[in-house]
Design a binder for this molecule. Structure first.
Ligand code: ZN
Length: 621
């Protein structure tokens, strides 16, 4: 584990794993087959990327979407981990280059789709490559897609066998007990020998609600939601056409919006994603498949235009909100007829037995079927093999019933009278004692019953640490640790270091910032530059001119008077280098966000200034 921690600190810049990650990494490093169910935002990729570095050799990563693979390869490479993806989009030369890196042992992470893995497993073996680890990301896809759309997911166990049975780590952000069983079965893992790591699905910073609509007023409902202070939103819509028209309508209403779906070319998608990550767009309207690739910690609102087909997909997609640990809302727009579309789709995926038997017996009948039904008929023919006689319909009936149950469950969530969170986490087999916030309970998020001064300190602390997202996209400190600090603010950096969950490394690096947010200023010094990076404080500074002056004085007085301990060293370096033009920014900015945009070096897209700003705690990318 010490080598894993060293790798984490080297490649991700963090002194230690989150508790959820530590158990998974330990299990993977001991060579144990592992299933980890971590809620979105808990930092899944760290759980196989760090072991890949420590184990050496090649780690194969099975991932469902090319866009996800590209994102992860880019992120891993940026952190100095040798990564590549084998996809259909590569030219022959590019593929040869990837194989070259595999054979010379230069590559640590190789991303591929399950279909590609099936084809490549034999080739890897022929070339004498034995992977150190097989990681299956988004492993719930095995159950969701393995039967009907992507059968390669069902054959991962066989592919693994051909690879020489490397240890497996399967990771997912949502899995019911039944789905967990299906994952281990498909991977050929004996149930009693898999280390299962389960973490709570309840994310206290998310608020859940449903807005009933009458069909045509969905847009009004959406615009109403956007009128709140929830800038940075993702809207999920079922079709490409809808994402386009919603984005247009929302833009006409004055919001900075763009559609995001597979029909846009790669450059356009990258430009939209960049603009969203840089806060130059307020919202992205995405199709469900594509929304999976959006990884922005500070999304404040996720809206579903209509009922999703399963609670799994709802929770997964809604979970894109509030990954920085701050308050965020997840709202579903719902009309009682919304489920019909999904039920009709079931008749396409599982056509009636009589239709199938006729089509199988008579090529003319097959030809008369609509293309999507015909595709299902062909798929089920190769699965059920009617030519051998005596078709066993039970597996197909079971699957259809499971799909119906999922639709009913997500419908019950939308139409039910009880607590939304209880319904949602209950579906994943978890019991909830207390709701942290939903439209049924009308509970305030996570801070109910906490005295007002503590809530104020907590909010300041969250805002101060909000930009310092970890590799998992969450806040640097656990919610419980934040609350503990807000209740009993330590007086000194040394006392802060002793608080469980903080530790000396964080206290040393962020002590001034944390104590400043708690209004504990060590030795009576003014934490001058440091408060500048606390956006809440900046907002206050702009509204109160005397404070602005005091900051200017503090900065111009330099480090000697105030002591370096209270400054953020890297930000100070930026000031010294003239990279941050705070004076002009302060003079002209109308609010904190505007201020950030005007600070030279923050809105700039050059890598050097991005890295510098990230080092100073801005951005969180
Ligand atoms: Zn509730």
């Amino acid at each position: 584990m010490s080598r894993a921690r060293a790798a984490l600190s080297r490649h991700f810049g963090y002194p230690d794993f989150r508790p959820a990650q530590a158990g998974v990494v330990r299990s993977v490093l001991t060579g144990q087959d592992t299933l980890a169910v971590l809620p979105t935002g808990a930092g899944k990729s760290v759980c196989f990327q760090v072991p890949a570095v420590v184990l050496g050799g090649l780690t194969l990563v099975v991932s469902p979407l090319i866009s996800l693979m590209q994102d992860q390869v880019a992120a891993a490479s940026a952190r100095g981990i040798a990564a590549a993806a084998l996809t259909s989009g590569l030219t022959a030369e590019e593929q040869a280059a990837v194989w070259d890196r595999i054979e010379t042992g230069a590559l640590r992470l190789l991303y591929l789709s399950p279909e590609r893995l099936e084809r490549t497993a034999g080739e890897l073996r022929e070339r004498g490559v034995r992977p150190a680890l097989l990681a299956v990301d988004e492993a719930h896809c095995i159950a969701e897609w393995g039967h009907d759309f992507r059968p390669s997911y069902r054959r991962l166990g066989a592919a693994r066998y051909r690879l020489g049975r490397p240890p497996v780590v399967a990771l997912t952000g949502s899995a019911t007990p039944a789905v967990r069983r299906e994952i281990t079965r498909s991977l050929g893992l004996p149930a009693d020998r898999v280390a299962v790591h389960l973490f709570s699905f309840d994310r206290a910073n998310l608020w859940f609600g449903v807005v009933s609509v009458n069909g045509r007023d969905r847009l009004d409902a959406l615009l109403g939601l956007l009128r709140g202070d929830d800038r940075m939103a993702i809207v999920y819509a079922p079709t490409r056409g809808l994402t386009e028209s919603i984005a247009r309508a929302v833009a006409t209403a004055g919001h900075r919006a763009a559609p995001y779906h597979a029909g846009l070319d790669r450059a356009r998608r990258a430009a939209i994603l960049d603009a969203f990550l840089d806060d130059r767009l307020d919202l992205v309207v995405a199709t469900c498949a594509f929304g999976m690739g959006i990884d922005k910690p500070s999304v404040r609102l996720v809206v579903h235009w209509t009922l999703p087909p399963t609670p799994e997909s709802y929770y997964q997609e809604a979970g894109r909100a509030g990954r920085d640990g701050e308050f965020a809302r997840c709202v579903l727009l719902y009309h009682p007829r919304d489920a019909e579309l999904h039920r009709r789709q079931l008749d396409v995926t599982f056509p009636p037995a009589r239709t199938l038997e006729q089509a199988w017996a008579d090529p003319a009948a097959m030809a008369r079927l609509p293309a999507n039904v015909r595709a299902s008929a062909e798929r089920l023919r190769s699965e059920l093999r009617p030519q051998l006689g005596g078709v066993d319909w039970s597996p197909v009936r079971d699957r259809r019933r499971q799909a119906e149950d999922r639709i009913a469950a997500v419908e019950a969530y939308a139409a039910g009278r009880g607590c939304r969170r209880r319904a949602l986490v209950g579906y994943f087999g978890e019991r909830l004692d207390r709701c942290a916030g939903c439209d049924r309970c009308r509970a305030a998020p996570s801070t109910r019953g906490v005295p007002a001064p503590v809530v104020r300190r907590l909010n300041r602390l969250r805002q101060a640490l909000g930009g310092r997202a970890g590799p998992w996209g969450g806040c640097l400190l656990e919610p419980a640790v934040l609350l503990q600090l807000a209740r009993n603010p330590p007086a000194t950096a040394a006392a802060l270091a002793d608080v469980p969950g903080v530790g000396p490394a964080i206290a040393e690096r962020y002590g001034g910032l944390i104590l400043g947010a708690l209004e504990r200023v060590p030795d009576g010094r003014v934490p001058a530059v440091e408060v500048m990076i606390n956006t809440a404080y900046i907002r206050e500074c702009i509204l109160v001119p005397e404070k602005t002056r005091s900051i200017r004085d503090a900065i111009s007085a330099g480090t000697s008077q105030y002591g370096m301990q209270t400054f953020d060293q890297s930000l100070w370096d930026l000031f010294q280098a003239g990279l941050v033009n705070y004076e002009t920014a302060l003079d002209n900015a109308s609010n904190a966000d505007d201020f950030k945009l005007r600070m030279q070096g923050i809105s700039s897209t050059s890598d050097a200034s991005k890295n510098a700003m990230q080092a100073a705690g801005f951005g969180g990318r």
